[in-house]
Design a protein. Structure first.
Lengths: 485, 265
């Protein structure tokens, strides 16, 4: 039975020559899960918004037909908390939205795998994955036959993302139809029936999930699927750089580094070595202390015990405020998770960089795949990918020996990701030591030599990447490996 | 619309404050007992008071003093509040807690009591009005700057600037504080209105400015004695001048705030 029929849908935004959506044809049958994939700016979210009548100001449907035969449509936002009130208990909020005669909130929450008692809790006390399920439960409660889900896994780590996707299977089992938008086709392939690829406002190809992953036909689909981190070839082990077993002084040494915090998750007993030209990945689920560790290593955050040695010299005892004017500051640099926020918005990108002669800067930009002319623009005028590269240039221009990267690819589309990883690999070949903090084991697999797994503020397992991925011992490592899409 | 009214009224207050007596041509101090308590008319548009002084000259002439007092008090409050707020917001911890207590204390302090204590301590005069008014205005600036600086301090670009070797001092004074100053200017404009009201209120109860100096609070206090006998113009015109000035600075402050929010980041 057809639930939704879209024919030739075209949407325009004022001030844009090309339509943001052009000639969209889409059919959804009852009980289907369809994923729309494509890079940011392709128009994925715009399509969802036009289907539930929530187009942004000024956007206009200029052509086409949308038919949802007698079927209610309920959207689920990308950030579930944005649609939930912090003042009311989740059960009450679901009851507010519920159609008469539906199942009680507690039953719905239970169906979606939430622990009993969730209905009595406030949404902000729940984890990101639980919030997403509560938002789904509310969409179910409205009696909607078609549920539109925007990036359900965007902010979630691997295992949590998996569990949310399983819940979408439950939604389908209840006879509902799901149309979701995602930038990660590999992750959702297991749960969805069909995948539609979107490029510049057009649906270029639609097919079953297996076909689209294995045999994409349209050149853009081929490029998109080929750039998926899960498919990318391993770059590590560049010949002649990391010589295993050879006695060399490490560039960076951490011994029993600990951070105690009142009530919050701290770190304890962290010991790590980093050699010249080595990439060490630190992986762990969200909340395991990865970013805290990265900031401590980069000397932006204090530690409560232990030592950090850079070329054998103790730097852990220097207060972070002091270290910024230390001559060794340039030797450890860090690239932050959100490249857009790491540039002051009122300056041009070039002004935020340490003073360098234009020739060196131009060369460094080109090496990072960034047009040097973009340095004269403000951060708001650059794309995420360009900002990520600019952030790398800023860190690399002072020629650090150690580069700390916090989720360097999290905010990036697959094809941009591949380019950034390529650049990082070149830096490593040049002898830089990289500490890569990520929740994405694929990034570690592609780039890293060694992997350390962080769990609840401790390193629970360390080893060569290939070995750890094929033979994980600790339960936390196993959970991470199992969640790899 | 509101924006234009605000700008126009502020313009009027500023012109009165600068040009003052030149505008009316009459001497605000000249008494003429024969012409006492005349209602508004062609010769005296705002009427005359019990000593036959021209009320228009007195109301316009008062603008300079009231505006001057307000500017001095707000400038002092903004300087002090912004400095302490910047330190509290940037360093957090104990500095922040102390500043928080100070704000609570200042907010609980009644301005009239404060002014009277000051008058006893340092002698009654204009300085008392300026100090008392500025003290009650400090919390606004302190809280504004503290919140904004604390927010900026946690943004990733601050960490990025540290990575580039910038000392905290440089980041705070060259990058963060310049971003906060426009907000302080907006807050200051709004508070100018309140400060004029505060200053007039203090003069009304007899702190600071003394008769026969033309000052809105004093004019209202003097006129109030004749209100019961139907001489309404003695209270209404200075009261209107005060009310419109407060409104003017509020409207202008709001307009500036909107422009700031709209304008380039």
């Amino acid at each position: 039975m057809s639930v939704l029929q879209v024919r030739g849908l075209t949407v325009r935004l004022p001030g844009r020559a090309a339509p943001v959506l052009e000639g969209i044809d889409l059919d959804l049958k009852q009980g289907e899960i369809v994923a729309i994939v494509g890079e940011s700016g392709a128009g994925k979210t715009m399509l969802l918004r036009s289907l539930c009548g929530a187009l942004p100001m000024g956007a206009q449907i200029v052509g086409g037909v949308v038919r949802a035969d007698g079927c209610k449509v309920a959207p689920v936002l990308q950030a579930p908390m944005a649609g939930l009130s912090p003042l009311r208990r989740t059960g009450a909020q679901i009851a507010d939205a519920a159609a008469p005669g539906g199942e009680p909130p507690a039953v719905l929450l239970d169906r979606l795998g939430l622990p009993s008692g969730t209905a009595e809790r406030f949404p902000q006390d729940l984890s990101g994955g639980m919030q997403m399920r509560v938002a789904l439960a509310r969409a179910l409660a409205t009696g909607a036959g078609l549920i539109l889900v925007d990036e359900p896994t965007a902010a979630l780590d691997g295992p949590t993302a998996r569990s949310v996707l399983e819940v979408l299977g439950v939604v389908r089992a209840l006879g509902r139809t799901v149309l979701m938008v995602t930038h990660d086709p590999a992750l959702v392939a297991g749960v969805c029936d069909r995948i539609a690829v979107m490029q510049s406002g057009r649906l270029v190809e639609t097919g079953t999930a297996q076909d689209m992953l294995a045999r994409p036909a349209h050149p853009y689909s081929v490029a998109l699927m080929g750039a998926l981190p899960g498919r990318a070839r391993r770059m590590a082990d560049a010949p002649g750089l990391v010589v295993a077993g050879q006695e060399r002084a490490p560039v960076l040494e951490l011994r029993d580094v600990a951070l105690s915090r009142d009530g919050g998750a701290g770190l304890s007993g962290i010991s790590l070595d980093l050699q010249k030209g080595e990439v060490l990945a630190v992986c762990g689920e969200s909340g395991s202390g990865k970013t805290t560790l990265a900031r401590i290593v980069a000397r932006l955050a204090p530690l409560s015990a232990g030592s950090i040695r850079l070329h054998g010299a103790e730097i852990g005892a220097i207060a972070p405020r002091r270290f910024s004017t230390d001559p060794r500051r340039s030797e450890i640099q860090m690239v932050f998770q959100d490249p857009a926020a790491s540039f002051p918005p009122w300056q041009t990108v070039g002004q935020s960089l340490p003073p360098t002669d234009p020739e060196t800067l131009a060369q460094a930009s080109l090496a990072a795949g960034l047009d040097p002319a973009l340095m004269a623009r403000r951060p708001g005028q650059l794309s995420q990918g360009q900002l990520a590269r600019a952030a790398l240039v800023r860190a690399v221009i002072v020629a650090p020996r150690v580069l700390v990267l916090d989720e360097p690819t999290a905010a990036l589309d697959a094809t941009v990701q591949a380019g950034v990883l390529q650049y990082l690999n070149e830096l490593r070949r040049g002898g830089m030591a990289l500490l890569l903090v990520t929740h994405d084991l694929h990034v570690a697999r592609i780039l890293a030599d060694r992997l350390a797994v962080l769990h609840a503020g401790r390193i629970v397992e360390t080893g060569q990447v290939a070995q750890l991925l094929s033979d994980p011992v600790h339960p936390a490592t196993r959970a991470l490996v199992a969640a790899m899409p | 619309m509101a924006e234009r009214v605000g700008f126009a009224l502020v313009g009027l207050v500023l012109i009165s404050a600068v040009a003052g007596p030149l505008l009316t041509g009459a001497d605000p101090f000249a008494t003429e007992v024969a012409a006492a308590l005349l209602p508004p008319g062609a010769e005296h548009p705002f009427g005359t008071d019990h000593l036959g002084r021209d009320m228009l000259a007195r109301v316009v002439g008062a603008a300079r003093l009231d505006f001057g007092l307000a500017v001095a008090a707000v400038a002092l409050a903004a300087g002090l509040g912004a400095s302490v707020g910047a330190v509290a917001g940037w360093f957090g911890g104990w500095a922040d807690r102390l500043a928080g207590w100070a704000v609570d204390l200042l907010l609980a302090l009644p301005i009239y009591l404060l002014a009277m204590v000051l008058a006893v301590g340092i002698g009654n005069g204009l300085l008392v009005v300026v100090l008392a008014t500025s003290v009650v205005n400090v919390p606004f600036f302190l809280r504004l700057v503290r919140t904004e600086v604390a927010r900026q301090r946690r943004s990733p670009w601050v960490d990025a600037a540290r990575m580039g070797g910038a000392a905290d001092r440089t980041i705070l004074f060259k990058m963060v504080v310049p971003r906060v100053l426009p907000l302080v200017a907006v807050q200051g404009t709004t508070n100018l209105g309140w400060a004029m009201l505060n200053a007039a209120g203090l003069s009304f109860i007899g702190v600071g400015v003394r008769p026969p100096t033309p000052e809105w609070g004093i004019l209202i206090a003097e006129g109030a004695r004749y209100l019961a006998s139907g001489h309404w113009w003695l209270v209404v015109f200075p009261g209107l001048a005060l009310a419109l000035s407060v409104l003017a600075f509020h409207l202008t402050g709001d307009a500036l705030r909107d422009r700031l929010a709209r304008g380039p980041a």
